[in-house]
Ligand binder design. Structure first.
Ligand code: KIV
Length: 386
């Protein structure tokens, strides 16, 4: 992991390279350390990568299927390589001592990449892909993933053909950076491999496309912590995993086996080590994801948390400083202020509360957030100074 090769972690409970334990199980393949680290401005030292790898692969992070006992989790360690022997040798050198090693090799299949980047014909590309998958298997690697890069803009019939050829050459997982319905229906031999999605976020649709891929039959989903990655980033681990958890029925019973209580810690660690901080309104892990500022929302939250929260913070390992995630600001109402005052030990009502609330509104108009220190100052001014 610590060498020059970029690695990714894949995980699942029972491991057979081209089989999943049951039809509803989706494997989560985390590529934070490879594609994530390709984000402009993100660099991690070897020690930082190792720390993130340990966090992601901790035996507690992944549990076995719901209902069965947790077991010691051994992650798949995967090295990415272009379709050439030198890269594949380097990837194998990096992962061969892992208990579950994998080589992931890729080559572009769209005409624009063939013409301007690779300067190769379709036939040359198919030959290379077939030979390099077979070469990876010949090194002793039982688990070989293949990606047709830029699959979304590739000719469909050519795509089915190259996928069929790499399956014959020994690929165990096919990673299609797009939705997969047609490919599943049209590629001979597809039942012998696992289909994987790898979605970038250029149109803000990486999570949606990943879920569409899972609905279309993909059983490995490639994601990164906080969605970091090239350009606009990748499908984010926390969004994909929580969407599958919270909308399991809608997604036909899919599940991942990820222990979601480690999400917040993983997110913080990747932010710290990569230097890429998530925006406050980032889904699931943003600072505001479980904060409530307007009076109507705060009133609802104080009555019943389910009014405005579809996920419970504990489920992702979040402990927040106050019970209801209430942030006091200029839109907050009396109910929220009274409840915060109660937390400070002041049970006030009537005129006393009216006076504090009036002062609070004046402060809130001037400040983005009214902090606990501000509240204390208000209490001192209004309650103790007649
Ligand atoms: O974005 C991409 O197409 C990739 C593949 C090489 C997996 O990162």
């Amino acid at each position: 992991l610590a060498g020059h090769i970029k690695c990714s972690l894949g995980s699942r409970p029972e491991y057979i390279p081209n089989r999943i334990p049951d039809q509803n199980y989706v494997r989560i393949f985390d590529t934070t350390l490879r594609d994530g680290e390709q984000s402009p401005g993100a660099t991690m030292t070897s020690a930082e990568k190792l720390a993130v790898a340990r966090q992601l692969s901790s035996s507690e992070l992944t549990l076995s299927r719901p209902g069965s006992l947790p077991h010691r989790h051994i992650p798949v360690i995967c090295g990415l390589s272009r379709c050439n022997k030198k890269d594949i040798d380097a990837a194998w050198e990096a992962v061969k001592h892992a208990q579950k090693p994998r080589i992931h090799t890729f080559i572009a299949t769209s005409d624009v990449h063939l013409q301007f980047k690779l300067r190769k014909t379709r036939e040359e590309v198919v030959n290379l892909a077939r030979e390099m998958v077979a070469y990876a298997r010949s090194l002793g690697c039982q688990d070989v993933e293949f990606s047709p890069e830029d699959a979304g803009r590739s000719d469909r019939v050519f795509l089915y053909h190259i996928l069929e050829e790499v399956i014959k050459a020994g690929a165990t997982t096919l990673n299609i950076p797009d939705t997969v319905g047609d490919i599943k229906a049209n590629t001979p031999g597809i039942e012998n491999v696992i289909i994987s999605t790898h979605c970038q976020n250029d149109l803000g649709l990486a999570t949606a496309n990943t879920l569409a891929g899972a609905q279309g039959g993909a059983r490995q989903l490639e994601v990164t912590v906080n969605g970091i990655g090239e350009r606009a980033g990748n499908a984010s681990l926390e969004e994909v995993v929580m969407a599958i958890k919270m909308r399991r029925e809608l997604l036909g019973g899919l599940y991942t086996g990820i222990n979601t209580k480690h999400i917040v810690m993983s997110s913080k660690m990747v932010q710290e080590h990569s230097g890429l901080h998530v925006q406050p309104h980032k889904a699931i892990v943003g600072a505001n994801a479980f904060a409530h500022e307007s009076g109507i929302h705060q009133d609802g939250m104080l009555k019943f948390k389910g009014t405005y929260e579809i996920i419970s913070p504990e489920d992702i390992g979040l402990t927040r400083s106050n019970e209801s995630g209430i942030v006091l600001g200029k839109l907050s109402g009396r109910h929220a202020l009274r409840s915060r005052l109660l937390e400070f030990g002041y049970d006030i009502n009537g005129k006393e509360l009216d006076d504090v609330f009036k002062r609070f509104k004046e402060v809130a108009e001037k400040k983005k957030h009214v902090s606990d220190d501000d509240i204390e100052a208000l209490i001192n001014d209004e309650i103790f100074q007649p």
